[in-house]
Design a protein around this ligand. Structure first.
Ligand code: GUN
Length: 314
């Protein structure tokens, strides 16, 4: 009996090597775990030496199931890092003054160093007003115009950078180093949460940056010119083999819930914006979904909160 099945001809080994061996799968979960350990240690030092415990307040309005999962994970991770962690769950019908009043209390609470209001908010609330009411020095999401301005101007030392692009950048730098001179980065998606801040970070690292979106002409052709391709469109497996330049680093920001049939049963499956199977063997490196960008986003939130707490001492 053959433990691994019958022997295969050499050409098959070659093909398997070619298809499987050339693409590095970037393990966001492992990287996030390593960072979590460092953050936990630093938080303990801050607490033991100065009596400051980093505090994160997460606010959720309504019952959106995906948002509830994200908020639970953020709270759990904060606790695991030894932070003071509070969650405020407001009913769906909460009015604008109620939300603003809570944020005002958190702004002046000395035990809270980071405030995050989970988006999207129910449609009767003004997202812009709410995010801009968070004190910039506690805006660990990096959504306040002051932080956006600092990032856009390249003053990263004074800015809180939005967590998803910050996490993507850590993974890109781990593959390619801190100086991306001469490399072309294509960001698909122009959102304020991911696309625009991602472009600012890549530009700061000297990459040549193109931002694409739904109105871009011949999107696959532009994407294929990228040495670094960041997909943040929110469409399941849209980026296929023909979009990817051989050897490119592919960062998949998408988290799309789909259903697949396995053994006659319909099962839920999370997939990214990139067709992972098609990208294998073409991309030089790729982040998987799940286990890529997601865990890094949460750990960047912890990093921002720790930094906010540390800044109160200077
Ligand atoms: N909803 C989806 N992503 C995010 C995020 O990064 N921050 C907040 N506050 N809400 C989100």
């Amino acid at each position: 009996m053959f433990l691994n099945g019958p022997p295969r001809p050499a050409v098959i080994y070659f093909l398997v090597d070619h298809l499987m061996g050339t693409t590095t799968i970037i393990d966001g979960k492992a990287k996030a775990a390593a960072l979590s350990q460092k953050i936990t240690e630093k938080a303990a030092v801050l607490r033991n030496n100065l009596g400051i415990r980093p505090g994160l307040a997460v606010v959720i309005v309504g019952e959106d199931p995906a948002s509830k999962v994200y908020v639970r994970n953020k709270k759990r991770t904060a606790e695991a890092c030894g932070f003071h962690s509070v969650k405020h769950s407001l009913p769906e019908e909460s009015d604008q003054p109620t939300v603003l009043n809570l944020i005002s209390q958190l702004n002046s609470d000395p035990d809270i160093h980071g405030i995050l209001v989970q988006l999207p908010l129910p449609s009767h609330l003004n997202e812009q007003l709410v995010t801009q009411s968070i004190a910039p020095e506690k805006d660990v999401d990096g959504f306040h115009l002051q932080n956006i301005g600092m990032l856009t101007a390249g003053h990263l030392d004074n800015a809180f950078v939005p967590c998803t692009p910050a996490g993507c950048m850590v993974m890109i730098e781990e593959q390619l180093g801190h100086d991306l001179s001469g490399l072309h980065a294509v960001v698909i998606g122009r959102s304020n949460i991911v696309g625009k801040p991602m472009a600012s970070l890549l530009l700061k690292a000297n990459a040549t940056v193109t931002i694409c979106h739904s109105r871009t002409k011949d999107l696959p052709k532009v994407a294929k010119t990228a040495d670094i391709l960041v997909a943040a469109v929110g469409r399941a497996e849209m980026v296929g083999a023909e979009w990817i330049k051989p050897g490119a680093i592919v960062i998949d920001v998408g988290i799309n819930r789909t259903q697949v049939e396995i053994d006659g049963e319909i099962k839920n499956k999370l997939v990214g914006d990139v067709n992972f199977e098609e990208a294998l063997g073409i991309a030089g490196a790729i982040t998987p979904v799940p286990g890529g960008v997601g865990p890094m986003t949460i750990i960047m939130l912890m990093s921002n909160t720790l930094r906010s707490a540390e800044m109160t001492t200077s």
